[in-house]
Design a binder for this molecule. Structure first.
Ligand SMILES: *Cc1c(COP(=O)(O)O)cnc(C)c1O
Length: 387
C-alpha cells in the first residue's frame, strides 16, 4: 500500500488569494509597489494592534534591516537566542557584528532571562572567550525568538533590556497569531519580525514583515528596502540600500492569508491537542505546555522523547520509522552555538537547548492535515514505543 506523503508544514491557501492575485494582474500592479502592499500593511497593523508595518521580501530581510537601523556595525555585539533557525543570526554576520548566543529555558524553550543577563554582563565587562576577552562593549541589540509559535518570556526579557537600555528585535517569524495576555508576539520589542515563507503558518510563498511602534523607523526601513532612493527626478542615493520590498502580487496572497490566520491557528492548536491526547499515556514522550496567559499558535507540534523512559527508543528511531512510511518529521532546531559556522562565538547558558535538540522532534503540523493523517503519525509512534 502506498500512502500519500505527510509533510511537516505545507502551504494552505484560503478562498480569496487567487482573486486578489488576479486583481493585481488585471490592474497591472506587478511591482514592488501597489495597492495590495499598502492594504496588506494596514491590515497587518490592525491585526497586531496598531504597530507600524513594512512588508518585505523575507523575514531575514526584516531582521537585517532592523540591525542596520539600530546602527549595528563591524565588531559590535548582538545577543541572539542560540536555539533558532540560522536566519535569526545570519544578518548579525552580514553586518560583520559578533553574535553572543544565549541558551533557552525549559518553560518556553526560548531565551533564558537569567542567561541573557549573564551575557550582557559578559559583554559589559569583556568577560568573553577567545579573541573577545577584555573587549568590553555594550551589546547593540537582543534577538529573542518565539520558537514554534510559543511566546518567549517577553516581560522578563524586556525588563532586562530596559534596565541596560538595549534595543530588542523580536523574531516572531514562527509566531504570527501568538500572544501574551492579548499582546501579540512581535509588539513587545523595538522591532518585530514576521515571515511568510512557504512553511510558515500563513505564507506569501516568500515574504516577511518588519513591525515597530516607531513610525520613523518603519519609514526608514521602507527607504532602505527600496535601494535608499532620495527624493529627486534622477536616481540619487546618500546611503547603501537594499532590494528588500515585497511584490504587490505576493501582498495579494498575504491579504487573503491574513483573513484565515485565526482559523489556521485554531487548526494547528487542534493538531497539538490531537497528538497530546493520543500520546498522553506514553512514558517518555512529553509536550511543552502553555504558561498561564500565554497563547501559542503551535506552528509546529513538538515532542520530547526520553529514551531512558521509552525503553530505549529515541527521537531518531521515531524519525526514521516515520520516514519509511512517507511521514516528514524533523529534529528541533540545532542550536547556533553547536553549528560549524557559529561554534567559535561566545555562548552563555547551561545545556537546555542542547538537550532539547537531542531529544526533540517536530511532528507534521500543517493546518490542512486530516484526522486520518494525524492518526497515521500517532500509529507509527505507538508502534515503536508501545509495541
Ligand atoms: C523562517 C524563519 C526566519 C526567516 O524567515 P524567511 O522569511 O524565511 O527569511 C527567521 N527566524 C525564524 C525563527 C524562522 O523560523
Amino acid at each position: 500500500m502506498t500512502n500519500k506523503t505527510i509533510y511537516l508544514s505545507s502551504p494552505h491557501m484560503g478562498s480569496k488569494e487567487l482573486t486578489l492575485v488576479t486583481e493585481a494582474f488585471h490592474t497591472n500592479w506587478i511591482a514592488p509597489v501597489g495597492p495590495h502592499i499598502d492594504a496588506f500593511e494596514k491590515e497587518l497593523s490592525s491585526y497586531v494592534g496598531g504597530s507600524e508595518v513594512a512588508v518585505l521580501s523575507s523575514g531575514t530581510a526584516a531582521i537585517h534591516l532592523s540591525l542596520v537601523l539600530l546602527g549595528v556595525q563591524e565588531e559590535d555585539y548582538v545577543i541572539c537566542q542560540s536555539m533558532t533557525f540560522s536566519a535569526s543570526a545570519n544578518p548579525i554576520r552580514y553586518q560583520g557584528a559578533i553574535p553572543i548566543f544565549v541558551d533557552s529555558e525549559e518553560d518556553t524553550w526560548n531565551m533564558c532571562p537569567e542567561a541573557l543577563e549573564k551575557a550582557i554582563q559578559g559583554c559589559l565587562t569583556g568577560d568573553l572567550p577567545g579573541p573577545w576577552t577584555g573587549k568590553a562593549r555594550k551589546p547593540k541589540a537582543i534577538i529573542p525568538v518565539h520558537l514554534y509559535g510559543v511566546p518567549a518570556k517577553m516581560k522578563e526579557i524586556m525588563a532586562i533590556a530596559q534596565k541596560y537600555e538595549i534595543p530588542v528585535i523580536e523574531d516572531a517569524a514562527e509566531a504570527m497569531g501568538a500572544h501574551i495576555q492579548g499582546k501579540h508576539c512581535g509588539t513587545f520589542g523595538d522591532f518585530g519580525v514576521f515571515s511568510f515563507n512557504g512553511n510558515k503558518i500563513i505564507t506569501t510563498s516568500s515574504g516577511g514583515a518588519l513591525i515597530s511602534p516607531s513610525k520613523a523607523s518603519i519609514a526608514a526601513a521602507k527607504h532602505l528596502a527600496t535601494q535608499a532612493r532620495d527624493e529627486a527626478p534622477h536616481y540619487q542615493h546618500s546611503k547603501i540600500g537594499y532590494n528588500y520590498r515585497m511584490s504587490n502580487v505576493l501582498a495579494g496572497i498575504g491579504r487573503g492569508q491574513l483573513e484565515v490566520l485565526d482559523e489556521r491557528v485554531r487548526a494547528r492548536r487542534a493538531n497539538f491537542e490531537f497528538y497530546r491526547s493520543a500520546l498522553r499515556e506514553i512514558q517518555g514522550i512529553s509536550f511543552l505546555e502553555e504558561l498561564p496567559d500565554y497563547y501559542a499558535n503551535r506552528w509546529l507540534s513538538c515532542i520530547i522523547v526520553d529514551p531512558a523512559k521509552t525503553g530505549g527508543v529515541d527521537r531518531e528511531q521515531l524519525r526514521r520509522a516515520m520516514q519509511e512510511v512517507a511521514i516528514e518529521s524533523r529534529p528541533l532546531w540545532k542550536p547556533m552555538h553547536m553549528q560549524p559556522v557559529f561554534e567559535n562565538f561566545p555562548y552563555f547558558g547551561k545545556k537546555v537547548s542542547e538537550l532539547l535538540f537531542e531529544r526533540g522532534l517536530c511532528l507534521p503540523s500543517g493546518s490542512n492535515l486530516s484526522e486520518g493523517d494525524l492518526g497515521r503519525v500517532v500509529e507509527v509512534i505507538l508502534s515503536k514505543v508501545n509495541p
